[in-house]
Design a protein around this ligand. Structure first.
Ligand SMILES: [Mg+2]
Length: 162
């Protein structure tokens, strides 16, 4: 059966956007209300996939290992809250350094996720705080939910759970 997925951006949605690259555990703070909102979505049959631009790798500001360390932290927190996080896809490129087709607003990572996990695009959503998140979602036919940076997702929950 095809899966109903909530795609999540990372910075500004899962963790607080600091206005600078978040690559150390010390900088990483979960957004208030995140896990209670995701629990409501889980109860509606959704599973979760994170799609994030991490162009700081391309720029040499941090490494794949730094990103993976935070990925592990995110995975552990979802597990603690009994939320099914299927995967975290990240684009390590940045337009200033190298061209790619995976950095949002491009949709390659979404396409990979959709194929790998048999995602039901008509029943899935992308929750992001940037126009580029919503643009990427639109390219693959997934409904975008634009949220304010660092805001409590419970505010938006009735756009998804009806
Ligand atoms: Mg963001």
């Amino acid at each position: 059966m095809n899966k109903k997925i909530i795609f999540l951006d990372r910075d500004g949605v899962i963790n607080m956007e600091r206005g600078d690259y978040t690559f150390k555990i010390d900088y990483f703070v979960f957004v208030d209300g995140l896990f209670s909102a995701l629990a409501l979505l889980k109860n509606k049959g959704f599973e979760f996939i994170v799609i994030t631009n991490q162009g700081g790798i391309s720029k040499g500001i941090y490494t794949h290992q730094d990103v993976q360390q935070l990925n592990n932290l995110i995975k552990a927190a979802f597990k603690n809250h009994q939320l099914k996080l299927l995967d975290i896809f990240y684009c390590p490129h940045h337009n200033d350094v190298e061209k790619c087709i995976c950095r949002k607003p491009d949709s390659l990572l979404l396409e990979k996720a959709i194929a790998k996990y048999n995602v039901d695009i008509g029943k899935s959503y992308f929750v992001g705080d940037s126009d580029r998140d919503i643009e990427a979602a639109k390219k693959v036919g997934v409904k975008g939910i634009k949220v304010n940076k660092n805001s409590d997702l419970n505010v938006y929950i009735n756009q998804i759970v009806t």
